[in-house]
Design a protein around this ligand. Structure first.
Ligand SMILES: [Zn+2]
Length: 99
């Protein structure tokens, strides 16, 4: 098998790999391949709102007394607070003046 030299299509690094003649790899590493493929999806979601999380956010925004419950939820989920408040605003729950 010949050593094929190529340029990574994701990070641009020069790399090489053992490949059958004519088969040029696209990416220098699995990380680059994964990132390139992840970037191809229409909207990469870093902190996905699952139905379960949706319900938890909804509850906080609709029933909260405003005592830092949004912050507490964010910490419990490990999500940025802004992710949750933006989501709530998009759902029309964000006008309660909660901090
Ligand atoms: Zn690369």
């Amino acid at each position: 098998m010949p050593r094929i030299y190529f340029t990574c299509q994701y990070c641009g690094a020069r790399a090489w790999a053992w490949r059958p003649e004519g088969q040029v790899p696209k990416y220098c590493s699995k990380q680059c391949k994964d990132r390139a493929q992840a970037g191809r999806s229409l909207r990469p979601v870093k902190w996905p709102i699952t139905p379960e999380i949706h319900e938890q956010i909804k509850r906080v925004y609709q029933e909260s007394t405003g005592n830092g419950e949004v912050q507490a939820l964010a910490e419990r989920l490990g999500y940025p607070r802004g992710r949750i408040s933006h989501y709530a605003e998009n759902q029309g729950w964000g006008s309660l003046g909660l901090d």
